[in-house]
Write a protein of this length. Sequence first.
Length: 128
Amino acid sequence: MINFIDLLGVRFATHGRSISEGFDCYGYLMALYKRHGRELPEVDGYKRADDDEFAEHYEEVLKSLRDKVEKVDVPQYSDIVVFSDDKGRMVHIGMALNERDFTHCDIKGSRVSRFREYNKKYEVYRWL
């Protein structure tokens, strides 16, 4: 199991990649999976200011993981959860804890939320 408890409550920071500087959603996910011996690629040219560009870079990450993950319907512990907006653009990412809850980092910091409360469409990817 991936230990995430000590990462809860870390503040949000745009482009954040560590406990000391804070995390963005992807930096948090990178830290979680690194603890489990899985390296996620850094997002090259990542700029959140432009929604289209933000989504495009995360789509590149998913493509790079294509041979390591598969899309599934029901989230289980440690699955990658990718959220999208009404236009189908990727807008957020986190890790499933079960069918009901996930952990992520947003403007409120790293925390646990319920899927139904987050109110966004999502897809789930499981490590092979």
